[in-house]
Design a protein around this ligand. Structure first.
Ligand code: CA
Length: 223
């Protein structure tokens, strides 16, 4: 089978960002600040954040969910794209990283749209379900511990409205998913989830080779 996706050389990537990336100065600063952290690799690509904002606007999303905040780049992209009165429920376990996020949410004037839950995401999602919020979310982004993705997915799918969209990050694991010699537990978990999603009749599916691979799962109305 022929590879139909274009190979991204460094120069082509530079070109794409030059002609399409509209990163506000605040997001540029957050990215620069995060880049000084050894875990900076956990930050999403700026063009991915811009794409998420586009999806949120496209859907007219009002209520969003994020699992895995880190220093807040993606949450900022989503919160800025939400309408006035929109809400983002953000889940993370790190007080330290989300302090950076909270500082930028304040500065961007979107802190009032974001409800941060510093607790294991499974507990937060269970609480949302318990509180009767099933079927009420428009958009969700899952970008946390890879072995937890399947649990997060099952709970998040219940929380989505029909036609709601779930985005998963790192679904290509820097190419490791297609390398049979790689067996770390994160890669094994993502491979299993990719196979599960392929056959999951509750969703409409697309896996895009953007950044480290993003999967879009649209909840079907009969799910
Ligand atoms: Ca990620």
């Amino acid at each position: 089978m022929t590879n139909k996706s274009i190979t991204l050389t460094d120069s082509l990537y530079d070109y794409i960002t030059r002609v399409s990336l509209r990163e506000p100065p605040l997001l540029q600063r957050l990215r620069a600040e995060t880049a000084r952290d050894p875990l900076a690799i956990m930050q999403i690509a700026p063009e991915q954040g811009q794409f998420m904002a586009l999806l949120v606007q496209l859907m007219g999303a009002k209520k969003a969910l994020e699992i895995g905040v880190f220093t807040g780049y993606s949450s900022l992209c989503v919160a800025m794209a939400l309408p006035p009165g929109g809400k983002l429920v953000a889940c993370d376990v790190s007080d330290e990283w989300t302090q950076i996020a909270r500082r930028y949410w304040q500065e961007a004037g979107v802190a009032h749209k974001i409800e941060l839950h510093l607790a294991p995401a499974r507990d937060t999602l269970d609480r949302l379900l318990h509180n009767g919020e099933a079927g009420t979310f428009d958009f969700a982004f899952i970008d946390a511990d890879k072995t937890g993705y399947d649990d997060y997915y099952e709970r998040t799918l219940q929380l989505m409205r029909p036609g709601g969209l779930i985005m998963f990050d790192n679904m290509l694991r820097n190419g490791d998913v297609a390398d049979p010699s790689v067996h770390d537990e994160g890669t094994v978990a993502i491979r299993a989830l990719n196979e599960k999603l392929l056959h999951d009749e509750r969703i409409t599916l697309s896996l895009l080779p953007v950044a480290d691979g993003i999967t879009l799962a649209l909840k079907r109305s009969d799910a």
